[in-house]
Design a protein around this ligand. Structure first.
Ligand SMILES: *Cc1c(COP(=O)(O)O)cnc(C)c1O
Length: 391
């Protein structure tokens, strides 16, 4: 399970789907098992004091199942180092407390994921980290939010949750470089199959692997991938020192999901397009938010930096908040629930569910908004369910 050598099926000169199945996942050296085993173990026998076998001493520091996941995620994001955590938020917390200190400042998206916003506003704020929300799609606004010498991170989510805003990653990378800040991209919505921020100049990618990477709504996890090896080492040091690591079974489940990421994303995108087609022509829908629509303000940037436009679709209904809540309650095949990125379709009301913690803040979302995570069921069934829910 060591780093892939050139020419091996997990080496960087292979295609995405090959890496998803082979990077970090050489057959087990003992038995030839083609799937990396779940090393459900906390400690490892040493061959004499300090005589570690393969570098493993204690599973907070490193565990072979987690190593397999970390190497695979690093390969898929074209980074030098991947690290797996107990959740997306644990990954974010580790990153921020590694690269920032009390007194520093970060620029955050004005439509960040609610939990990310809460981490800044309620946890790291008290720790002394200042933050300014700015629309990531507006380069001038991001530039204006920077405090020279104090801003250590520009945080970006693209497409964003739940408004599907698009930010130009390469442009933000230039701004970050000029100001001596790191560009962090939360790539949860796109997944590395649709977009690779490190190849566009970002410094660190963040994932909630709970979503598309795991893909089956059966595990919570997070990941960081660094472009730079030295930063990767610092993050790994803090991952161990802070301790919010992914457990072996969670790492195994996430890796199982990742092997089919490419085929799942193709279907998520195709089904989302069918749903968008329905919504665009529906009299109960006031606005459809999807980067694949030519009228979307970030469409041209999305075309430039994404392979396709993803499985997340948001829309605003005519008739206000109650109507939006009714649509969520009326859906049958679309399951009413938080989270996203699994094989099953989900529907939710961000204002009262995932983004309730942003109420009254600059990140508050419209009350008539409905968010869909379009799954990989038969498209006709999904369209029919949404039609009846809108009736
Ligand atoms: C879910 C999510 C997170 C947080 O991840 P957890 O695994 O729930 O901790 C961060 N960013 C985005 C975009 C998310 O959707």
């Amino acid at each position: 399970m060591s780093a892939a050598k050139s020419g091996h099926p997990g080496s960087p000169d292979h295609g995405f789907e090959t890496l998803a199945i082979h990077a970090g996942q050489e057959p087990d050296p003992l038995t030839g098992a083609v799937v990396p085993p779940i090393y459900q173990v906390s400690t490892y026998k040493q061959d004499g004091v300090g005589g570690l076998r393969g570098g493993y001493e204690y599973s907070r520091s490193a565990n072979p199942t987690r190593t397999a996941l970390e190497e695979c995620v690093a390969a898929l994001e074209a980074g030098t180092r991947g690290l797996a955590f107990a959740s997306g938020l644990a990954a974010e917390d580790c990153l921020l407390r590694t690269v920032c200190a009390p007194g520093d400042h970060v620029v955050i998206p004005n439509d960040a994921y609610g939990g990310t916003f809460r981490l800044f506003a309620k946890v790291l704020d008290r720790w002394g980290l200042a933050w300014t929300p700015a629309p990531s799609g507006d380069a001038d606004a991001v530039r204006a939010a920077i405090r020279p010498g104090q801003t250590k991170v520009i945080w970006c989510e693209t497409p964003s949750n739940p408004l599907l805003g698009v930010a130009d990653i390469a442009q933000l990378a230039d701004i970050a470089m000029e100001s001596g800040a790191l560009l962090v991209v939360d790539n949860t919505f796109a997944s590395p199959y649709l977009q690779q921020p490190l190849t566009l100049g970002a410094d660190v990618v963040v994932h909630s692997t709970t979503k598309y990477m795991g893909g089956h709504s059966d595990v919570v996890g997070g990941a960081l991938v660094a472009a730079d090896a030295e930063l990767g080492d610092r993050l790994a040091y803090h991952q161990n020192a802070m301790g919010a690591v992914a457990g072996p079974f969670d790492a195994w489940l996430t890796l199982r999901g990742i092997r089919t990421l490419g085929v799942r994303m193709d279907r998520h995108c195709a089904n989302a397009e069918r749903i968008v087609e329905l919504l665009r022509s529906h009299s109960s829908v006031a606005e459809v938010l999807y980067p694949g629509l030519p009228g979307h303000p970030g469409h041209d940037v999305a075309v430039k930096q994404m392979k396709a436009f993803g499985g997340m679709v948001s829309f605003r209904v005519t008739g206000g908040e109650q109507r939006a809540v009714d649509v969520c309650n009326n859906a049958k095949l679309f399951t009413l629930g938080e989270s996203l990125g699994g094989v099953e379709s989900l529907i939710e009301h961000p204002g009262r569910m995932t983004h309730a913690s942003a109420a009254g803040s600059p990140l508050e979302v419209p009350a008539d908004l409905v968010r869909l995570s379009v799954g990989i069921e038969s498209a006709e069934d999904l369209v029919a369910d949404l039609e009846q829910a809108l009736r």
